[in-house]
Ligand binder design. Structure first.
Ligand code: SF4
Length: 236
């Protein structure tokens, strides 16, 4: 497991918590709009300087009392078998943990919940069911089982073991308004659903760097279509 980045302070990524974000390299998806090719594509991961685990834990020690939480993000953290051990070390250092995941490993999520190693989970819902595999460019022969795994992760979160949110980055050219409505009907009822506006930055598929995001009015209209399906729905 390689630590590919550390953001030393985030005020917005962990609800009501001052936190840092640790980025784990490697991902089993290839979302073309992904902002983090350096954490996803092996050729870029190899060029990325590694942060030693000992440096990260020294940092946590130095911030005790100033920060309360750690956001574990990727890439996709749940592909790493070492994740439970990593989480337990963070917990032992006295921090709460938020995990960002694409939901492809309900087995890992279940294990983390059983061991009480995470406090909050944000799960990306990438597309409506019938478009999922094509949309995320899933690699490997087990693509056929991906939807089953995503649905298991959705159900696990809705069982309420930890606080959670679902979220979708809304990308023109990938998603239509109808797609978001389909996603909403698929995952409802749910505590919190966030619609995130796509930002054309560096992306895995460079074509998306030219993609114009939906404007505020379009995002608001999408939100209005599905607002009755959720207790809490926000635009980011
Ligand atoms: S956006 Fe997609 S490709 Fe990028 S890290 Fe998340 S799941 Fe992986």
């Amino acid at each position: 497991m390689k630590i590919g980045g550390l953001q030393k302070l985030t005020l917005i990524d962990y609800p009501n918590t001052l936190a840092c974000t640790v980025f784990l390299s490697g991902c089993n998806f290839r979302c073309p709009w992904c902002y983090s090719p350096e954490l996803v594509l092996p050729k870029f991961i190899a060029q990325q300087p590694e942060i030693k685990e000992s440096e990260f834990f020294d940092f946590l020690k130095s911030k005790k009392g100033l920060l309360d939480g750690v956001v574990i993000c990727g890439g996709e953290p749940t592909i790493h078998t070492e994740l439970p051990l990593f989480c337990s070390k963070i917990k032992n250092a006295g921090y709460k943990i938020k995990l960002d995941t694409n939901g492809s490993s309900p087995e890992m999520l279940e294990n983390l919940f059983k061991l009480k190693l995470v406090d909050y989970v944000a799960m990306d819902i990438k597309a409506p069911k019938e478009k999922y595999i094509d949309t995320v460019g899933f690699e490997g022969s087990s693509g056929y089982y991906l939807i089953d795994k995503i649905e298991k992760s959705i159900a696990l979160l809705k069982n309420g073991a930890v606080a959670y949110e679902f979220r979708t980055t809304v990308v023109p050219g990938v998603h239509t308004k109808e797609d978001i409505v389909k996603i909403a009907h698929w995952i409802r009822p749910a505590e919190k659903y966030f619609l995130q506006k796509f930002r054309p930055e560096k992306t895995i598929d460079p074509e998306f760097e030219e993609t114009k995001p939906f404007d505020e009015e379009e995002m608001f209209q999408i939100r209005e279509c599905i607002a009755p399906l959720f207790d809490t729905i926000f635009l980011r």
